[in-house]
Design a protein around this ligand. Structure first.
Ligand SMILES: C[S@@+](CC[C@H](N)C(=O)[O-])C[C@H]1O[C@@H](n2cnc3c(N)ncnc32)[C@H](O)[C@@H]1O
Length: 284
């Protein structure tokens, strides 16, 4: 689960939640958490840096987006826009979209501090406010996708705003992590729940019973099915190893666990030139 500081007091439940409930909970949750997130991780991310996850793999090392020079690029779940600012520093025309107003205020702060502005909008991955075929590249670095219930719609929206042959890349918590407690110590290496149980992780406010935070899980097979259904061809699946000497903690990510099990999955895909969905089974 994503590291964050619940406020007000919450209890954890495992139950189904709709897309509307997920969005209504996660926007305010990220508003509450944004200051803490940027204070804790901002230096590691770099004001104009592109890091794919807690292992510290950068886009300049991974090269998953391909050449971005002169390309129209959309970052979904852009937070403070660090990755998009890096894309701009490489000659790409990157734009941000995020559900959290407070995260976008941090983006604006970094625009002013760095002199590299990322034009950004408030919105959701499931309803992108852009015309068909607007972008050559769409990416998410731990942004949006694991917080969205209607993942078919989010991926279809991505395909819609991409031009034929466009690139889609995203990082998420590695699906196998779902089996383990969100604990960076050795205790977090003992599987305690089923990999195949997609019941969302939900935090509910003690006082009001309102859903305060939601995270969704898909297996690797689910991702292949969803991407193919929207016409994507998967070309890359990176599972970065924990680098020697990297001892930074990020929630449940640590050197202790990183030695044994992947914490991040990074998919790279291309939208089929015809834009037609790829044939495949509906569900494994
Ligand atoms: C873990 S942060 C990652 C932010 C940024 N990519 C980074 O590396 O710091 C996840 C971001 O996704 C955003 N988010 C959550 N649900 C979203 C949705 N449905 N649509 C767009 N953004 C969303 C959050 O507001 C948050 O800024």
């Amino acid at each position: 689960m994503q590291e964050h500081w619940p406020h007000p007091p919450v209890r954890v439940e495992r139950r189904g939640v709709s897309e509307a409930e997920s969005r209504a909970a996660n926007g305010p949750d990220w508003d509450r958490y944004a200051d803490e997130y940027q204070a804790t991780h901002g230096e590691f991310l770099g004001d104009a840096g592109f890091v794919w996850g807690p292992e510290g793999l950068t886009e300049s090392e991974a090269g998953i987006l391909g050449d971005v020079v002169g390309k129209h690029v959309l970052e979904v779940g852009s937070g403070a826009g660090q990755c998009s600012r890096w894309v701009r520093s490489q000659g790409g025309l990157s734009f941000g979209l995020d559900l959290s107003h407070r995260q976008l205020q941090h983006s604006r702060r970094l625009d002013e501090q760095t002199g590299v502005a990322v034009p950004s909008v408030l919105g959701t991955a499931t309803d992108l406010p852009f015309a068909d075929g607007s972008f050559d590249v769409v990416f998410c670095s731990f942004g949006a996708l694991q917080f969205v219930q209607d993942i078919e719609l989010a991926v279809a929206e991505t395909a819609r705003v991409l031009s034929p042959g466009g690139r889609f890349a995203f990082s998420i918590t590695h699906p196998t992590r779902w089996m383990f407690p969100d604990d960076p110590t050795e205790a977090g290496l003992v599987a305690s729940q089923s990999y195949w149980d997609r019941t969302p992780y939900v935090e509910v406010e003690d006082d009001t019973g309102q859903v305060a935070y939601v995270e969704h899980h898909r297996t690797l097979g689910d991702w292949v099915r969803v991407l193919a259904a929207s016409g994507f061809v998967i070309t890359t699946l990176l599972e970065p190893e924990w680098p020697a000497g990297h001892d930074r903690l990020w929630g449940g990510w640590s050197a202790v666990r990183g030695r044994f099990t992947p914490g991040t999955a990074i998919f790279g895909c291309t939208k089929a030139p015809t834009g037609k969905p790829n044939a495949g089974p509906r569900r494994a």
